[in-house]
Design a protein around this ligand. Sequence first.
Ligand SMILES: Cc1cc2nc3c(=O)[nH]c(=O)nc-3n(C[C@H](O)[C@H](O)[C@H](O)COP(=O)(O)O)c2cc1C
Length: 389
Amino acid sequence: MNPERFQTIDDLRRHAARRIPKFAFDYLEGGAGTEAGLARNRAAFENVLLNQFFLRDVRTRSIAVDLFGQTYDSPIGISPLGLCDLVWPGADRALARAAHKLNLPFILSAAATTEMENVAALAPDHLWFQLYVSTRKDVTFDLIARAGAAGIKVLVVTVDLPVPAKRLRDLRNGFSLPFRMTPKMIWELATRPSWSLATARAGTPRFRNMEKYMPPASDNQSLAAFMAQQITAGLDEDLFARIRDAWPGKLVIKGVMTPETALLGLKHGTDGVIVSNHGGRQIDSAPATLDVLPEIAAAVAGKVPVMLDSGIRNGIDVIKAFALGADYVFSGRSFAYGFAATGFAGIERAAALIGDETHRGLAQVGVTGLKDLSSAAIWSEPAKRQTDK
Ligand SMILES: Cc1cc2nc3c(=O)[nH]c(=O)nc-3n(C[C@H](O)[C@H](O)[C@H](O)COP(=O)(O)O)c2cc1C
C-alpha cells in the first residue's frame, strides 16, 4: 500500500485497527481506568491556540534539534513500547532501523520483545535504553551494564510505574501471555490472517531482555508472571542515586509529572527529564502533560533538557510543546500505528507527516527554528491577557 495515501497519524491508526486483532489493538491504544487521562492528553493540545506573526522572513527553516551533543533531524523521537512485537512482529527492529535512517532517537523498552544487544547493532547512534527498576538489584544493575556494553549512551529510567496499571480493555479482553485461546480470540485471529500468520511465524512475543534472569527452560507463562512482579514499588531517591553512580552516560528520568520529581532528579544528577504520563496508561486522573509542562520547565530552569510525550499526533502539537517549554518530544503510538498499518514505510510516513507539519507550523507562527519558540507563540484571550498583566 502506498504510504502517501495516509495524511494523518489518525489515518494510520484507523488502518492499523483493521489489520491487527482487537486485543492487540486495545493493548496499544488503551489507557488506564476510564481513559479520561488519555482523552485529556489530546484535549490539552487541541485547546491551545497559536499566535501568528507575519511580515517576517521565514524562507529558511529547520526542524533539527541538538540534544546531548547530537543533532537529530527530527524533533520527535520514538518512546519506549513494551511488548512491541504484539503490534506486529519485528516492530522493535523496524523502529530501530527507522531511527537510524531518519536520524531520530528510539528508546528501547526493558519490556521490549527484542534483546537490546541485537537492536543496538541496528541503530548504534540512535538507541537509548529504558530501564524499569527491578525488584532484584542484580537484575537492575545487570541491565545497566548490558546497556553500556551494547554501546548505548542514554539510559532512561521510567519512574511512573510503581505498580501495574488497571487497564480495563486488557482485563475485559482477558489479554494474557501466552494467548488464551478463547472462542473470541480464535475469531479475532481468524479475521486478521496476515497478523496471525506473521505472529505464528515469529512466535508469541517474549520479554527477550528479561529472559536471561529466568531459570532455564522457563515457558512464556512463567516469563509473563516473572515480568509482572519485576518492577519495584521501592524506587526511591537513594536507589535512583545508585543508578546514577552506576551509569557513566546520559541519564534521563521519564514519567515526571510534578516539579518536585524533576527537582529530585536534578538533585541526583539527571541529565534530562521526560514529562510523561505514560500515554494516559497509568492513572486516568493524571493531568495532561502539556498542562504540567510549563511549571516543570520553570523548575528545571534550563539546567537540563525537558522532553515530553503523551498525546502528540501532529506537527502543530510539536510546535505547542516547544513553545511551552519542551526541548524535545516523543511519541509511542504514532510510530506503532505506522508500523502496524503498512510496515517500515508506515514508520517513515509517521515521521514524515509530523516533520512536514512542524516545518509548515514554524512558518505559520513566524519563526525559523524550534528553539525560537516561546510562550509568545501561545494565544490567550484578550480578557485573560489583561488580568495577567
Ligand atoms: C503499547 C505501549 C507500551 C508501552 N510500554 C512502555 C514501556 O515499556 N516503558 C515505558 O517507559 N513506557 C511505555 N509506554 C509509554 C510510552 O513510552 C509513552 O510514554 C507513551 O506511549 C506516549 O504517548 P503516545 O503513545 O500517546 O505518544 C508504553 C506505551 C504504549 C502505548
